[in-house]
Design a protein around this ligand. Structure first.
Ligand SMILES: Cc1cc2nc3c(=O)[nH]c(=O)nc-3n(C[C@H](O)[C@H](O)[C@H](O)COP(=O)(O)O)c2cc1C
Length: 348
């Protein structure tokens, strides 16, 4: 009879293979924090967190022996584990970097034993530092959970293979239609789009108002900005540059000027309304009006430098807010949503 082996056979794989294989295990991301006896804050990003026991409530995480925070975590009576939300990726990166002040502008409140609980986390575990096990180049910390809490609506930050992710729930059958809501308005596309539009614009509206613009004036400026960018691009890509004499003539320099009628159609407003609006915007120096040389009855509207500067400011603001609003969406979801809306906007 063979006696059971007492020792593992030496690894028949490279450290690289080991790392890559471990990287296929997707995890959440935590920041483990503590407060030293001197009152200093310590914290590091860790994804080695796991549950151990329900009764008593125990969790574990492991810390590299080489970590600068090892003495503080070994000596302290408590630590806190903040499970990060998807919009806390930069915090995860910051608490994994050596050097620099990890705590500057980080909002937190004090938990058990003075350990800091990070604001905005998806969950918190406040742990008594129950036991430690030295294994290989890491120390396994087992914590006894004294308090825990979570934000049910939060999307957790995920990590695997060296990259951060956010969740994308798999449904039993992704192609199956969503269950119908018996209330008409909750399932009616027009209602949903109206509500979604309100949610998207709610915060941005104040940025527009701060520039002294109405919502429709903002739409005019954004369209003129795009027309101007397209004209500049076309000029740069053109194989036959305009003659110097044409460049001296402002009417012939392509500046993305748009006829009032087209603007009215694009901003979904009546032409007389837009005519009055662009006159006011011209008085404010945001746009310049001129007669279309090809058709004397038509007025062309072009953005001025001041108009473009205001548009750029608001566009940056709009994109920033969009990024925050969609922080929990995967790139594929954002892409699908935008394609579907474009399809609807162009008549299905
Ligand atoms: C996603 C992620 C997970 C990590 N998990 C751990 C971990 O579980 N244990 C660990 O010791 N280091 C882990 N690290 C590395 C530490 O965060 C990093 O070495 C940090 O600088 C250690 O800080 P310290 O030296 O101040 O203790 C992780 C880093 C990242 C980006």
């Amino acid at each position: 009879m063979m006696s059971p082996a007492r020792k593992a056979t030496p690894p028949a794989f490279s450290p690289r293979e080991f790392r890559a294989s471990l990287g296929m295990f997707a995890t959440g991301v935590t920041i483990v924090t503590a407060r030293t006896a001197e009152g200093d804050l310590v914290g590091l990003t860790a994804n080695s967190f796991n549950s151990v026991s329900l009764e008593p409530p125990l969790v574990l995480w492991s810390l590299a022996r080489a970590a600068g925070s090892l003495p503080a975590f070994s000596a302290g009576s408590h630590y806190a584990i903040s499970i990060l939300a998807a919009d806390q990726k930069t915090l995860a990166e910051r608490f994994a970097r050596r050097g620099g002040d990890r705590w500057s502008n980080v909002a937190w409140r004090e938990g058990a034993g003075g350990a800091p609980l990070l604001d905005g986390a998806a969950a918190h575990f406040e742990c008594f530092n129950r036991s430690r096990y030295e294994e290989g180049d890491h120390v396994i910390f087992v914590g006894e959970v004294e308090r825990c809490s979570h934000r049910a609506s939060a999307s957790p930050l995920l990590f695997h293979g060296g990259k951060f992710y956010t969740e994308h729930p798999l449904q039993a059958d992704e192609s199956a239609p969503a269950p119908a809501d018996p209330r008409f308005v909750r399932g009616y596309l027009g209602y949903l789009l109206g509500q979604a539009s309100h949610a998207v614009y709610r915060d941005f509206e104040s940025a527009v108002a701060a520039q002294g613009l109405s919502h429709i004036a903002w739409r005019v400026l954004a369209l003129l900005h795009d027309a101007h960018s397209a004209a500049v691009r076309a000029l740069a890509e053109s194989t036959t540059p305009p003659a110097a004499a044409d460049l001296a003539d402002p009417a012939k320099v392509p500046d993305g000027a748009v006829p009032v009628g087209q603007l009215a159609r694009d901003v979904l407003a009546k032409q007389p309304t837009v005519t009055k609006l662009v006159q006011r915007m011209a008085d404010d120096g945001l746009v310049a009006l001129r007669t279309d040389p090809a058709d004397q009855r038509r007025t062309l509207v072009a953005p001025t430098a001041a108009g473009l500067a205001t548009a750029r400011l608001l566009i940056a603001d709009a994109l920033g807010q969009e990024q925050t609003q969609l922080a929990h969406w995967s790139a594929a979801e954002v892409d699908t949503l935008k394609r579907m809306l474009q399809r609807l906007a162009s008549g299905g």
